[in-house]
Design a binder for this molecule. Structure first.
Ligand code: PEP
Ligand code: MN
Length: 341
């Protein structure tokens, strides 16, 4: 349920509503909009009765949120959420380009990539240290050594970093070294992991599971938001289709579809979606044209030697070409590419 406060409601009146929510055994979530405050009451819906709030001073209206996701919904928070990641502002009217290798393989490989993607205009650096591989015999990532490289190189390049956490046991370390925590497609419904991440004050990029509906995707975001962490970025990365000529099927309509119902920033990962390097730039351009607030692209200095996802990684020069093509597309849809600071 959401309680919309009058534009002139006082802080004390807001506190009184929060108290009543807590007294009922529910949790209040306050959203301070430009013009008015909205308070979400989250918890057992059978305890929510509009008349318990409608008569409180300062309350303008009380409405049920019909969707199963509440805090992720635009009903609760009408304006786009903008998340500060270092100097980057993720969401709203700007476009964040995240780039870097699939896996951090060595300090040299990661450093070379970081400097190249920064030069080309990326504003955030990705690199996997814990890798979710289909085969237990494939390269599994450098683990904590990889996290150290991520942090050092990110600082040297002046770019905030993002890396995947696969397990609750690694969460503390990932949160310590990285600026953004990535939840991979395979873990989108690892509810324990989502709940633990919800306790942190750290931006998180949540990837869509290839067989998740939009509603399931937003319910996973809700797990994080419900614990208090409001800094959630959503990432479409392809869903399971029937055509094997691409790795997955990029669901580009997910971008405006989600943006219609949620205030959270939406990114697209054309690398994992297609699995083929020649399709990455066209899909990145299409994602920006469709309104994505960010793209995440895999770049490797020598893709043919990559220890994971070689066929979909761009060489740095191809990434630089893509960045040049992206700027006018962003301008055409009234957005601006963020520049490295
Ligand atoms: C990744 O981004 O490194 C990754 C493994 O992607 P996904 O979880 O979307 O498969
Ligand atoms: Mn990859």
């Amino acid at each position: 349920m959401i309680i919309v406060m009058q534009a002139r409601a006082t802080e004390d009146q807001v506190r009184a509503v929060e108290r009543r929510i807590r007294d009922l055994g529910l949790r209040p979530h306050v959203s301070q909009g430009e013009f008015r405050t909205i308070i979400g009451a989250i918890g057992d819906e059978s305890l929510m009765r509009a008349e318990l709030f409608a008569a409180l001073d300062g309350v303008e209206s009380v409405m049920p949120i019909m969707k199963p996701y509440k805090l992720a919904s635009r009903d609760f928070h009408a304006e786009d959420t903008v998340i500060d990641v270092g100097a980057c502002k993720v969401g709203g009217g700007t476009i964040t380009v995240v780039a870097g290798p699939c896996s951090i393989e060595s300090r040299e490989q990661f450093r070379e990539t970081a400097l190249a993607v920064r030069r080309a205009g990326a504003v955030m650096l990705r690199g996997g240290a814990y890798k979710p591989r289909t085969s237990p015999y494939s390269f599994q990532g450098l683990g904590e050594d990889g996290l150290r490289i991520l942090q050092d190189v990110g600082r040297e390049a002046g770019l905030p970093t993002i890396t995947e956490v696969m397990d609750v046991r690694e969460l503390e370390a990932v949160a310590r070294y990285a600026d953004v925590i990535q939840v991979g497609a395979r873990n989108m419904q690892n509810f324990r992991l989502l709940t633990e991440i919800g306790h942190l004050e750290k931006p998180v990029l949540l990837k869509r599971n290839p067989s998740a509906t939009i509603e399931e995707f937003l319910m996973s975001a809700e797990y994080i938001l419900a614990e208090g962490n409001r800094q959630v970025i959503l990432c479409e990365r392809g869903i399971r289709g029937f055509d094997h000529s691409t790795r997955y099927t990029l669901d580009l309509s997910a971008v405006p579809n989600i943006q219609g119902v949620s205030h959270l920033p939406v990114f697209v990962d054309p690398s994992h979606a297609t699995g083929r390097r020649e399709l990455v730039a066209p899909m990145a351009l299409a994602a920006v044209a469709a309104g994505a607030q960010g793209v995440m692209v895999e770049v490797h200095p020598h893709p043919e030697k990559a220890l994971s996802d070689g066929p979909q990684q761009l060489a740095p020069d191809a990434f630089a070409v893509m960045m040049k093509e992206l700027a006018p597309i962003a301008g055409a849809v009234g957005r601006q590419l963020q520049k490295p600071k």
